[in-house]
Design a protein around this ligand. Sequence first.
Ligand SMILES: Cc1cc2nc3c(=O)[nH]c(=O)nc-3n(C[C@H](O)[C@H](O)[C@H](O)COP(=O)(O)O)c2cc1C
Length: 154
Amino acid sequence: MKRLIVYFSWSNNTKNLVEEINKEFDFDTVRIEREIPYSTDYNTCAYVEAKEEWDKKIYPKIKENHIDFTKYDKILLFFPIWWYTFPMPIATFISELKQYAGEVYLFANSYTKDPQYMINVITNAKTINPNIVFKEGLFNKSTDEHIQFIKEIR
Ligand SMILES: Cc1cc2nc3c(=O)[nH]c(=O)nc-3n(C[C@H](O)[C@H](O)[C@H](O)COP(=O)(O)O)c2cc1C
């Protein structure tokens, strides 16, 4: 059973979380990056770039990651909540997961704890790629809770 962590992170909260969790597991890890990086200025990133992508459902190009996904049977996908759901580079990633037959667990974090976010994430993921089995991971939980949860995934 081989697992892969895939994550997107803009201000590195998700990156730090993934790194802490992965001290326990040492899974292969890949970071999703938008081919044209988002602005480092919050207002530009949030209210111009990310907002426009979400409103217009633009799937931004992401950097080639040279991963053979068929080697893995579980992908643990981590991301921040952007505009009540996942950032659009995650939409691109999900839409491009064509040859993958395993499961994808969704792990989100955000500034506020609105339970609707995880519902949006799962609904939107299934709409984008109905061929993938998406599973609910955790939302805004601690490193230890993630480690425990991941150990219990079968
Ligand atoms: C473009 C953008 C949109 C965001 N939208 C939301 C939101 O809708 N709800 C929320 O609670 N937090 C929102 N946030 C806050 C992030 O989800 C939160 O800070 C997260 O921990 C950032 O993760 P990162 O450091 O890995 O990028 C947003 C942040 C950005 C940059």
